[in-house]
Design a protein around this ligand. Structure first.
Ligand SMILES: Cc1cc2nc3c(=O)[nH]c(=O)nc-3n(C[C@H](O)[C@H](O)[C@H](O)COP(=O)(O)OP(=O)(O)OC[C@H]3O[C@@H](n4cnc5c(N)ncnc54)[C@H](O)[C@@H]3O)c2cc1C
Ligand SMILES: NC(=O)c1ccc[n+]([C@@H]2O[C@H](COP(=O)([O-])OP(=O)(O)OC[C@H]3O[C@@H](n4cnc5c(N)ncnc54)[C@H](OP(=O)(O)O)[C@@H]3O)[C@@H](O)[C@H]2O)c1
Length: 609
């Protein structure tokens, strides 16, 4: 560290004498200025125009919605960025590729679960199925040529920060062979692995003893025929709520093991949905409007989005909206469970509000629970046996097939070693409970950016605007790195501490703090709340620009203004408009010709001759 509080990048330091020729323009280069800083280390002018952007290599893990959108942002950017997204699966799509259980779909209206830069006029229904969303992402990847950034069947197995080089060294396994490992390195390492990507079996004794097929919602085997079978379903979260009504008409007999109460509501944006919040198919006329009237399409999306954005008020304890939502949800659940009111008494929550866990939109779920061939089991599971499930009352429930809709490893820890500065391991740092700066960065893990990190605004609304906003934020980070000679950034611990303090003061005001088990609290009832302390709009405004005052930075030179360079700005040589700040002619940022003849009436004749 120099006396100016900045670090010199040894890789770059030896290149500082290089003078880059700028084609067609002769620059009078003065003898190199030499400034001795207090440490007596030489500071030399970089003989380049200011903000000469250095090329940055970026490695991203994943090719789900976040990485796809990020790749598009990189493609659109005028920075010199070299991006590779390593994806373990043989397909893009993440969540929408992996989750193929019957009925898997989105609870956000289709027109609001899409990327703002790629509105589709092809949506078949108000809410989309997983396969339609996967097709949407595949289509935009193809249409925008994003596959050139993505390497499929490449699993990241380790990431190691190299302080000397200020780069991440990343190990990647190709295909299924654990010995086929390649190495890559990059200035910036982006984690876009998603929080709901590591499915896990439930921690129930005897799980491996069951002699029939055992399916997990996020690892569904469609070759297992459920027709006429005796099926046990463990879980009552969002996945179970979609699976149960979709397999109930097929199976012979089904028993649903429900451990906890939960609010089963209609999908988001239900006012715009079909009767009682049900899905509906878009008519040919509606599709024609989506295809031909972009203004109306945008207005339609905005109308629904604005309503979703107002949902934060439901989350605030004591709000009228929360009370109304609770009364409405209870009334609706009881109505749908009229034929088996005992289920209502069992599953309607008594001590937590709607929204404590992610609402489980369940079109047809409660109705399915009331069907003849379905039984709800509230007795706790003691163990899994070769024949089925033994509950604590001593009853053995026998099944042909067991379905575990039991969720994911929501520890947020990366599935591979991520080793930062001073050999700190992210899994160790996050043992017990993760900690981030505003959900995106981590102290001691320089040049590490996270999509979907702990403490983001995931409680309400569509995920896609969040990831779009973060991609824009990250491009601003990369711009600074590239243009201002920043070689590393990591958040200051005191900024993280302030974030923790604020969150802990604020979040008890929300429904998330009430006693429900939720992935918002790492699958606990009373753990740390991993949510943003505010609304989505609050997050969007906060994350508009990086707060550099919260970061430690190091630079390519011993002087933070090294990037001022040779006194010229790059646009003075690039042919860009030299007076753009007055406004550009026809919006074009190139220097216009402006011949004297066009201005005769304003110029003294003798000067022209
Ligand atoms: C069943 C289900 C339904 C959902 N429904 C909704 C909804 O209705 N509305 C909503 O807003 N959100 C919903 N979500 C949340 C959903 O996950 C996000 O909306 C979004 O898809 C997340 O995108 P992502 O790219 O950040 O993560 P993901 O889609 O999870 O993608 C992460 C990618 O990283 C890859 N990856 C992970 N580890 C590695 C590794 N080591 N090496 C290489 N690649 C790796 C994975 O294979 C995956 O492709 C749902 C989630 C699930 C599981
Ligand atoms: N369309 C959609 O919007 C949609 C669909 C699916 C998933 N998702 C997303 O994915 C998240 C995860 O949903 P998910 O349903 O897959 O998982 P989940 O919400 O974590 O639900 C898991 C269920 O399994 C139960 N369970 C877990 N272990 C158990 C055990 N040992 N014994 C008995 N029961 C056990 C849980 O009971 P407890 O309740 O007691 O913990 C819970 O009911 C959702 O919150 C949502 O964000 C969204």
């Amino acid at each position: 560290m120099g006396s100016l509080g900045v670090t010199v990048d040894p890789v770059r330091a030896d290149k500082l004498h290089e003078v880059k020729p700028i084609s067609g323009i002769h620059i009078q280069v003065k003898p190199t200025d030499l400034v001795e800083d207090a440490n007596k280390s030489a500071y030399k002018i970089i003989e380049e125009p200011s903000r000469a952007r250095r090329r940055l290599r970026i490695l991203c893990v994943g090719a789900g919605a976040s990485a796809i959108n990020f790749a598009h942002e990189v493609q659109e950017s005028d920075l010199d960025l070299d991006l590779v997204c390593y994806e373990k699966n043989p397909s893009i799509g993440g969540t929408w590729y992996e989750n193929r259980y019957p009925g898997c779909g989105c609870d956000i209206p289709s027109v609001n679960y899409q990327l703002s830069w790629a509105p589709s006029a092809e949506w078949s229904s108000f809410y989309s199925s997983a396969s339609e969303i996967l097709a949407y992402f595949q289509n935009i990847v193809d249409k925008h040529g994003l596959m050139r950034y993505i390497k499929l069947s490449h699993r990241v197995v380790g990431a190691f920060w190299n302080e000397e080089e200020k780069m991440w060294h990343v190990k990647i396994q190709r295909g299924e062979d654990p010995n086929d490992i390649i190495e890559d390195k990059a200035h910036v390492f982006v984690n876009a692995t998603g929080v709901l990507n590591k499915w896990k079996w439930p921690a129930i004794k005897g799980r491996e003893l069951f002699r029939g097929p055992m399916l997990h919602s996020a690892n569904w085997d469609s070759s297992i025929d459920l027709k006429g079978k005796k099926v046990g379903v463990i879980g009552s979260g969002s996945s179970a709520v979609q699976i149960v009504p979709n397999i109930q008409p097929i199976v012979g007999k089904m028993e649903c093991f429900i451990r906890s109460a939960g609010w089963v509501t209609a999908g988001f944006g239900q006012r715009f949905a079909g009767k009682n919040g049900s899905n509906f198919k878009y008519s040919e006329n509606q599709k024609r409007i989506l295809a031909t009237d972009p203004q109306k399409y945008l207005a339609y999306r905005k109308k629904i989005e604005s309503e979703l954005n107002s949902r934060f008020r439901f989350i605030l304890n004591g709000s009228q909206e929360q009370q109304d939502a609770r009364i409405f949800a209870e009334k609706e659940m009881r109505r749908k469970l009229t034929s088996k009111p005992e289920i209502a008494d069992l599953i309607i929550p008594k001590n937590f509000a709607v929204g404590c866990r992610r609402p489980t939109p369940g079109n047809g779920y409660l109705e399915a629970l009331c069907e003849e061939n379905v039984t709800v089991v509230s007795e706790s599971i003691q163990e899994i046996t070769s024949k089925g499930i033994l509950t604590t009352d001593g009853v053995e429930h026998e099944f042909d097939v067991l379905v575990c809709a039991t969720g994911f490893d929501v520890s947020w820890k990366p599935a591979y070693p991520t080793i930062g500065r001073d050999q700190k391991s992210l899994s160790d740092e996050w043992d017990g409970q993760p900690s981030t700066y505003l959900s995106i960065t981590v102290p001691h893990f320089p040049n590490y950016l996270i999509f979907n990190g702990p403490y983001g605004p995931y409680g309400h609304g569509s995920f896609l605007p969040i990831t779009e906003l973060l991609a824009k934020h990250f491009i601003k980070v990369l711009d600074k790195m590239s243009s201002e000679g920043v070689t590393s950034f990591d958040p200051k611990q005191e900024a993280v501490n302030d974030f923790i303090q604020h969150r802990r003061q604020f979040l008890p005001r929300t429904a998330w703090s009430s006693p429900c088990r939720s992935w918002f609290k790492q699958g606990t009832v009373d753990g740390e709340i991993m949510m943003w302390p505010g609304s989505r709009i609050h997050f969007f405004e906060t994350m508009q620009n990086p707060r550099w005052e919260d970061y430690n930075l190091s630079y390519t030179t011993s002087n933070r203004f090294g990037y001022f360079g040779n006194g010229f700005a790059a646009r003075e040589f690039s042919g860009q408009d030299l007076s753009w700040y007055l406004g550009t002619l026809e919006g074009d940022d190139t220097q216009p010709e402006l011949p004297d003849e066009d201005f005769l009436e304003f110029m003294v004749q003798s000067h022209i001759e």
